[in-house]
Design a protein around this ligand. Structure first.
Ligand code: B12
Length: 219
């Protein structure tokens, strides 16, 4: 099953990928397993782009197939985050000036499957919109995605704004995207920087466990 799904998304077979995922669900595979296979397929698409075997349009199309899979009713039903299984609230967006969203959506899907309620503000999101959403949505974690060099400054601007308003410690901040590494994390003032979505989601889960135990200890 794994190889068929990986190869199907790598080959950009839209209907076939959707059908194979439906079959995998019927066979009882967990959404997180299916997601990991899809991600391997996406990585292969990325490599084919780097070797000039695929064009940007192919990469975008792979992103569309990925999104369609995530929106399958069968998968949605299994990954539904309810008040019972919810482990935290994660607000996610691509920063101002950045319209790339394929990677952001992949991270969001992984986090959702892990039990996070996702508030997706979309792409190219201005600072004031983020600040408004923080007030109304009250997330535990802020996740920022950035694919261009300049986006680092936008990420930093948000952290500075939180510091100025004296609310920086109310949130955990995770950043990801092509331009992100440990150094970027330090420049931005984020709590964690990750290109690897699995590591990113693991970190978010640890934060929620810490928060829960602090609550239990009455801190
Ligand atoms: C596809 C693509 C586009 C598509 C975007 C479609 C879409 N819906 O996203 C289109 C054609 C629209 C586009 C436009 C542009 N693009 Co473009 N694009 C790419 C490309 C080829 C792939 C990006 C991608 O989707 N990769 C696949 C995903 C799965 O990988 P990923 O994004 O890295 O995400 C992974 C991790 O980083 C992580 N992750 C991502 N976000 C987050 C967030 C969190 C919190 C966590 C934990 C993890 C995480 O999870 C993913 C898991 O694998 C890259 C080149 C490249 N090889 O990266 C250029 C690239 C990013 N683009 C680039 C540029 C310059 C542009 C444009 C400015 C071009 C132009 N002159 O108009 C515009 C941007 C306009 C704007 N306002 O944003 C440059 C950026 C250069 C830089 N470093 O500053 C790149 C690097 C190409 C290059 N080499 O020059 N682009």
């Amino acid at each position: 099953m794994k190889h068929s799904i990986v190869r199907s998304i790598e080959g950009l077979y839209e209907d076939r990928t959707l059908e194979l995922v439906r079959i995998a669900i019927r066979k009882g595979f967990k959404p997180i397993e299916i997601l990991k296979w899809l991600q391997i397929g996406m990585e292969r698409v990325g490599k084919l782009y780097e070797t000039s075997d695929y064009f940007i349009a192919d990469l975008i199309f792979a992103g569309i197939i990925f999104q369609e899979v995530m929106e399958l009713d069968e998968l949605e039903a299994l990954s539904k985050v309810t008040s019972k299984n919810k482990i935290g609230k994660l607000m996610l967006f691509s920063v101002f000036g950045d319209c790339h969203d394929i990677g952001k959506n992949i991270f969001g899907s992984f986090a959702k499957t892990a039990g996070f309620e996702i508030i997706d503000l979309g792409t190219d999101v201005p600072l004031n919109k983020v600040m408004d959403a923080l007030k109304t949505m009250k997330p535990d974690i802020i996740g920022m995605s950035g694919m261009q060099q300049e986006t680092v400054y936008e990420m930093r601007a948000l952290v500075c704004e939180l510091v100025t308003r004296n609310i920086r410690d109310d949130y955990r901040i995770i950043i990801g995207g092509t331009v992100v590494d440990d150094k970027t994390g330090q420049i931005v003032g984020a709590d964690y920087a990750a290109k690897d979505v699995t590591k990113g989601v693991e970190k978010c889960k640890i934060w929620m466990q810490e928060k829960a135990s602090q609550k239990n200890n009455g801190k």
